[in-house]
Write a protein that binds this ligand. Sequence first.
Ligand SMILES: Nc1nc2c(ncn2[C@@H]2O[C@H](COP(=O)(O)OP(=O)(O)OP(=O)(O)O)[C@@H](O)[C@H]2O)c(=O)[nH]1
Ligand SMILES: [Mg+2]
Length: 320
Amino acid sequence: MSARIPAAETPDAAAQVPHRSGFACFVGRPNAGKSTLTNALVGQKVAITSSRPQTTRHSVRGIVHRPDAQLILVDTPGLHKPRTLLGERLNDVVRTTWAEVDVIGFCLPADQKLGPGDTYIARELAGIKKTPKVAIVTKTDLVESQQLAEQLIAVDRLGQELGIEWAQIVPVSAVGGDQVTLLADLLIPLLPEGPLLYPEGDLTDEPEQVMVAELIREAALEGVRDELPHSIAVVVEEMIPREGRPADRPLLDIHANLYIERPSQKGIIIGPKGARLKEVGTKSRHHIEALLGTPVFLDLHVKVAKDWQRDPKQLRKLGF
Ligand SMILES: Nc1nc2c(ncn2[C@@H]2O[C@H](COP(=O)(O)OP(=O)(O)OP(=O)(O)O)[C@@H](O)[C@H]2O)c(=O)[nH]1
Ligand SMILES: [Mg+2]
């Protein structure tokens, strides 16, 4: 007598597993680790990250491909109390995004006690009844197991207090690569059945020009403090292959402007004898070359767009 193969493991049964596809957005306070987690799940940098809050300024899509599913992650800006028109616009992006997705992943860092910022977001999430919500406790590598356990209990309690039924509560470390795959496994069953939404192999739908601008901004954010990170915006004006280059030695000319808000900020960005700006150029150029797979000449200029975070006209010009 032959051994019986459990039904779920027969090839026929595998073929009957429905294909799922849909959108899961990550929301949370600024700096909660949403973009780092998005990149870890996709397996490649699609969103820039930094230790400064409010790094992400638009919704960034990252695509996870599985044989039985396509999970599209939508990384959003950190939801915060806005102090500028830009801040209001960023919060609008978050609220529009979570109204449209199939699953909401609420990110709460393990190393910080739940605070008013988290409760504020949770209250809003409680009002979105129809969408399943997964609580994601991020940065678990930063805490001991006791502290993690306390945080998981606190998150559970927050759900109970506000009438949110978490579909899951998942601890992850994007930096340590811990439970990242599990998170995808848990999000996928919450997606509707459906066909591929993006071509196989696509990891994001971000335009190249936007990714290049973001990589420059990421390099510029490193080492700047206080208000300055918020004041920086980058626009790529042009990307054109240099004429007259031999086919085996192409060069892509990229012209980009780095905007700040006040003339007094210029000195810090440029640095003594231009050293800082040069460093930003060199660092981002390496990342851009890796992204585009071609040598790049980066022409980077610093310009002042006075008080752009508060000026509707300037915001429009900068793409917000
Ligand atoms: N140790 C550790 N650090 C992390 C982890 N995930 C993110 N970080 C760090 O936390 C900081 C913020 O990460 P981001 O991914 O940019 O946070 P975010 O939620 O996207 O922030 P905003 O875009 O500003 O809303 C960065 O310095 C990350 O390196 C993690 O799993 N472990
Ligand atoms: Mg981010």
